[in-house]
Ligand binder design. Sequence first.
Ligand code: BDR
Ligand code: CA
Length: 350
Amino acid sequence: MKYIWLDCDPGHDDATAILLAIHIPDLILLGISTVHGNASADNIIDNAARCLYAFGAPDNVRVHPGARKPLIRKPRHDPEIHGVDGLGGVEGLPPADLPEVAERLLVNGTRVRAIEGIANAIRNTWQEGAGPQVTVISTGPMTNIALFISVYPELLAGVEQFVYMGGGVGRGNRAPSAEFNILCDPEAAQIVLDAPVKTVMIPLNVTHTAIVTKDVQHRLLQPGSNWSRTENTLPPASTPLRHTLSTLVSYFAAAYKATFGFMDGPPLHDALTIAYVAQPDLFKCTRYRVDIELSGAHTTGETVVDRVNFRSNYDDSWGPSGKNCLVAESLNVDGFFKLLLECVTRCDAV
Ligand code: BDR
Ligand code: CA
């Protein structure tokens, strides 16, 4: 069993991360926090609560609103990819004002903010002598995580690892060499990499292999059916949840095609963080020194990965003097989609 906390900005692929976090049996989801990013902070908060409720999360899992802007820079959103409200085109989710959804934003009747939520989760799972227990996962800009590190350094002893989707090795998506999550708050990302805690980076190089192809969409819509895969059209969804997920994928696919020219389907970036925590053997990873470019004329937000061991005197620690990040380099794609589709089946049964 692994205790996890998910900090996110839903977001189409964040929504799939939430589904996995709820429905992988080996994971215990302690809570969700939200951060500025794909859409306005209010939309993001509502989307997280809508997903938690729609995907049947246990009642004790709550949404903790976090940073509404980066540490230093101006906030940026991504309506081109996620629509104005962050979950453009997704059908079938409950409205944010449904009482059962609104309730997800409250703990004992009040809102508990992101860093207090994370702190409480770590304190509540702390067992003397058991070592660090909680994996903190980030699928958006890392502002909340940086604030948590700055405000509660004494609780880092309870963090097993920070696992984040972000960055790229020699590539970007919202700038020539910068990926969206890191670009939104590069200073926050550097604070996380400097913390004395193991970090795991799932970069674009790997997430761009997790493409929701037409074949995966068929399996999502009609598991086990003999609907002809050669047909150009998609079969009808066999359940309301599968319809919702199919509209999510279709919108995301169209946005990726229009923006980046992707033809086969969209990459499911954020879901890979949860898959990594549950099944690290699906990934091949190497430990490197990673820093963030904070002041480049053309490269701000780049994750600079020292693959040539340029500074030869790194020590064994996580943090400022060591190889501070385990970088994912490849993925067992079939294994990942098997895990995802199993979670959809479990979610359908709730
Ligand atoms: C990341 O940015 C957002 O568009 C996605 O939700 C993902 O977290 C990919 O660069
Ligand atoms: Ca995200």
